[in-house]
Design a protein around this ligand. Structure first.
Ligand code: SF4
Length: 708
């Protein structure tokens, strides 16, 4: 049974498995775990609702494979006995050895030879501390995190258009007021299931819902119109919508004139994208293009939500901007029932990108190369601005730096990059070259196969802290359970290692609240300003939306009211987008498109959900979805498996033939490692702007693997 941190029979927490962060009650029970999970009535975001993942969120917490003490690799594993290669150690010995090795590597190769890879499911306090650890304890510029693979295109697009990136720019409770809702590249029915009731309520009140996706997903099943779009054609379709809106004069002239710049360039850019041409490129009927364009523009209120489907592409920033353009020209932003938002995936995907884990950023969502930002943050940290390292490189590029010999050590916290990175065989080759790899995690993940040390950390129930949900609402999550064995909360591990490195004076925090107090100061005056928040306020007010710049500020549920955008001139920027091809297009050798995504029963690399029996039972292995026409083309027979080959490798999967997938494409979920790891095949081409890899489109060859 899990050990509670108090004697209460009912404890409160938040689900760890997506950006909705639903409230959950933990109630003592007469079962193996000693507790059961129920939906809480306390948190206003998804009151009384939990999906299957939330209801089973205790599964991994009490799993027998939890790391219970620091583990040192002692030798290559004897065949058939992988655990024999690890030996437990005391915290003191572990941190001493790691610190000695880090110092030796830095002495030989320079401070930047040691890097940090963080995660978007960590608390705000840990994200903040990790960024500070890289810059102040290691004095290295090389830190980035798995959110680079998640929200970076959306973040770059929102920053370019609005001058700020705050997830959704409205609270979820505004969704029922929207009369026209476009969901593009988001399958929230599986990824954020408790968001769906907001859509259903909007629909009940007369809203039209449109989904745009190469798959007819569970989300598209509640839509009035589903656009079955080939992966990679997102800006083409959006340009078609914009063409109709401008040609027919359906845009909000007053809003555009008073609050935006750039319409003339957009008008020019979309001129070639008539419904006729877009229909020719995409196969979407002209009438459908006109219906959606007119419906959205003429609706009294409306919202657009995007997600990874269109963002995880080399053109992901441009795709997102092309939909932001639609929100702006129709004036559907900053008003009741209106808004735009990329639906964040990871539990703290929003907070994870605000506090300095990104290679180019400091806390408060400040740019690390901005002298004023460096001066402010260094004064909070008690160092000189010149001591702050500069800008590093993005998550995937860190592995290039290892291949180049510039990075010799890596500390990975709360992430499993071997499974989540594209072209992952190249990542494995990089990890093999490291002189020191330290994994701070609950489990021996696939990435840990290459580690020299594994340090046992806390689960979501064992660490107090704050998180920022998909709306930009910051809330407090209490500690419910004690960490098992010798596992420790992340902030303690970071602090102890900093001390061994001789920089302990900068990390002397005795609680997450003490870290939050410093984070508040570091964020003050920045874009993501938390300075008016405190643990007391967050608890009393059930969360606060940033920006919240003073203790009497109520927070900001709706951004951009009255067209107040965050660029220097107060206006939003429309961007002229010229749709570009994906990095890889199909040819005779690789005639189909591979696209990837999530399932409702798993989370990220599956390190937690594959260790939850109830969830694994529902989706034990990944299955390729293929259209009947494609199946016929390759002469697939019942009972066959399917070999997928791309320019990076070849893997065999079980198959599901379904008309729900676009005929040009196959879909594979990404929650598995080893022989089931689809990221062995995905393309590592990066967006030139956001450095997002192209997870969603690559060329693939399909071959039946028969039983005969
Ligand atoms: Fe809520 Fe998301 Fe957890 Fe499901 S996975 S219970 S929607 S936080």
């Amino acid at each position: 049974a899990a050990a509670a941190s108090s004697k209460a029979d009912r404890l409160y927490s938040h689900c760890c498995y997506c950006s909705m962060q639903c409230g959950m009650d933990l109630i003592r029970a007469e079962n193996e775990i000693g507790w059961e999970v129920k939906a809480s009535q306390l948190f206003p975001v998804a009151t009384g609702r939990l999906c299957q993942k939330g209801l089973n969120a205790l599964g991994h917490v009490v799993h027998s494979e939890r790391l219970l003490s620091p583990m040192r690799r002692i030798a290559p594993a004897p065949v058939g006995n992988a655990s024999a290669s690890w030996q437990s150690a005391s915290w003191n010995d572990a941190l001493e050895d790691i610190a000695v090795r880090i110092k030796a590597i830095q002495q030989k190769y320079g401070n930047d030879a040691v890097s940090v890879f963080g995660g978007g499911s960590l608390t705000n306090e840990v994200c903040y501390l990790l960024g500070k650890f890289a810059r102040v304890a290691l004095r290295s510029k090389y830190i980035d995190y798995n959110g680079r693979y998640c929200m970076s295109s959306a973040a770059a697009a929102q920053t370019r258009a609005f001058g700020v990136d705050r997830g959704l720019n409205v609270a979820l409770d505004e969704i029922p007021k929207a009369k026209y809702i476009i969901l593009t590249g988001t399958n929230m029915a599986e990824c954020q299931p408790t968001m769906v009731p907001y859509l259903l309520e909007a629909k009940k009140q007369g809203a039209v819902i449109v989904t745009i996706d190469p798959r007819r997903t569970m989300t598209s099943k509640i839509a009035d119109i589903h656009i079955n779009l080939q992966p990679g054609f997102d800006s083409v379709f959006a340009s078609g919508l914009m063409h109709v809106i401008l040609e027919e004069g359906l845009y909000d002239k007053r809003f555009v004139e008073e609050h935006t710049n750039g319409l003339a360039d957009v008008r020019k850019a979309v001129r070639p994208f008539s419904p006729d041409n877009v229909s020719h490129y995409t196969g979407i009927p002209m009438e459908v293009i006109r219906t959606v364009a007119r419906g959205f523009a003429q609706a009294e209120t409306g919202m657009i939500f995007t997600a990874r489907g269109l963002e995880q592409q080399v053109n992901g920033v441009e795709h997102t901007l092309s939909y932001i353009n639609l929100s702006l020209v129709t004036g559907k932003i900053g008003k009741p029932g209106c808004g735009f938002g990329p639906v964040t995936g990871q539990a703290n995907g929003q907070g994870g990108r605000e506090h300095g884990q990104k290679a180019d950023q400091l806390p408060g969502y400040r740019l690390i190369e901005d002298p004023a930002a460096r001066s402010h943050v260094s004064s909070v940290w008690g160092i000189e601005p010149e001591e702050l390292p500069g800008k590093g490189v993005s998550a995937y590029e860190l592995y290039g730096k290892i291949h180049d010999g510039e990075i010799k050590a890596m500390i990975v916290l709360g992430s499993n990059p071997l499974v989540s990175s594209p072209n992952s065989a190249r990542v494995a080759e990089a990890l093999k070259k490291l002189e020191l790899l330290v994994i701070i995690d609950m489990f021996a993940t696939e990435t840990a196969e290459y580690a020299h040390w594994m340090l046992p950390s806390s689960s979501f129930l064992e660490a107090e802290g704050t998180l920022t949900n998909l709306e930009g609402r910051v809330f407090h999550r209490p500690k419910a359970f004690e960490t098992p064995g010798e596992a420790l909360e992340d902030y303690k591990i970071i602090g102890m290692l900093a001390e061994k490195l001789g920089r302990g004076q900068y990390f002397a925090f005795d609680s997450p609240e003490a870290i939050f107090e410093e984070l508040r100061l570091a964020s003050a005056g920045g874009i993501a300003d938390y300075s008016g928040m405190s643990y007391a306020r967050l608890k009393d007010e059930k969360g606060l939306f940033w920006p919240c710049p003073s203790p009497d500020h109520p927070g900001t549920p709706r951004m951009f009211e009255h067209g107040a955008f965050k660029h220097a001139d107060g206006r939003a920027k429309l961007h002229a987008i010229t749709p570009m091809k994906p990095a890889e297009t199909t040819d005779r050798e690789y005639p189909f498109i591979l696209t990837t995504g999530r399932l409702g029963n798993h989370y990220l690399s599956g390190a937690q959900t594959r260790r939850t029996a109830a969830l694994l039972k529902k989706a034990p292995v990944p299955v390729v979805e293929i259209h009947p026409h494609a199946a016929e083309q390759i002469l697939l027979r019942p009972g066959d498996r399917l070999r997928l080959s791309t320019r990076r490798g070849s893997l065999v999967f079980d198959v599901k033939v379904t008309a729900d997938i676009h005929p040009t494409s196959v879909f594979v979920p990404f929650h598995w490692g080893g022989e089931h790891s689809i990221n062995v095949l995905t393309n590592d081409a990066l967006s030139p702007i956001s450095r997002m890899p192209e997870f969603k489109v690559c060329a693939v060859r399909l071959e039946r693997v028969g039983q005969d």
